[in-house]
Design a protein around this ligand. Structure first.
Ligand code: CA
Length: 236
């Protein structure tokens, strides 16, 4: 799923703020639903298919903390970004204790809100994985605990140590660039004479495993002159 197709539920009772949020999220390309009180928000979230919830704290019928607590108790793991007019430490703590992922104080800057929404969705895409240590990689997955991997053609085997080491660094970087020298240092350590080409060769192997079209990689990218980065796999 492209982040921009994500479904965002806005639970906000103040019409002016709700409209501002909905309009701007829609302008960003998100699919937006609105609920004007806590109970309606809970119902909408329970209907499923929600990728992120913008949850006002002070809501009629059921406050935002309680909505979040109930959703988490039911196993709903959609990221929750709390919005509140109050900026008191106990509120922040309560929000996190209720199972919220992030917290923004009103009045907020729209650009910051949109950036946080995007960041939460990215993080969710990283963690929306099958159980255990499995992480989706391109069109397959790798298990960071067992080293097992399923490649693009459905074949399963155990990743060789070097491939696993590189992949682990890329996954840990969560989309950031990992330099060749860092890979050499961490994966090859004191071993004799690896060259930057050595890393490239192993990256080619990883692409053959996980890229639908290894010649035109979409997930394991070379950043020229720097290193590599791993793009989170689309959710299917
Ligand atoms: Ca409110």
């Amino acid at each position: 799923m492209s982040p921009r197709e994500a479904r965002v539920l806005v639970v906000e009772d103040e019409a002016r703020i709700a409209r501002l949020l909905c309009d701007n999220l829609e302008a960003e390309g998100y699919r937006v639903m609105h609920a004007a009180d806590g109970e309606a928000g809970l119902r909408a979230a329970r209907d499923g298919g929600i990728d992120l919830i913008l949850l006002d704290v002070m809501l009629p019928r059921l406050d935002g903390f309680e909505v979040c607590r109930r959703l988490r108790a039911e196993g709903n793991r959609a990221p929750v970004l709390f919005l509140t007019a109050r900026d008191l430490p106990p509120d922040r703590v309560r929000g996190l204790q209720a199972g919220g992922d992030d917290y923004l104080v009103k009045p907020f800057h729209l650009a910051e809100l949109l950036a946080r929404v995007a960041a939460l969705l990215r993080r969710a895409a990283w963690s929306a994985e099958p159980a255990g240590g499995r992480v989706r990689v391109g069109a397959g997955w790798a298990d960071l605990v067992t080293r097992e991997a399923e490649s693009v053609d459905g074949a399963k085997d155990t990743l060789p140590a070097k491939e696993f080491g590189i992949l682990q660094l890329l996954i840990e970087a969560r989309g950031a660039i990992v330099s060749r020298s860092r890979i050499l240092d961490r994966v090859w350590g004191g071993e004799a004479d690896p060259t930057p080409r050595t890393v490239d060769n192993f990256v080619v192997r990883l692409r053959r495993r996980f890229e639908p079209d290894p010649e035109n990689p979409r997930y394991i990218l070379t950043i020229r002159g720097t290193g590599y980065r791993l793009v989170p796999a689309d959710r299917s």
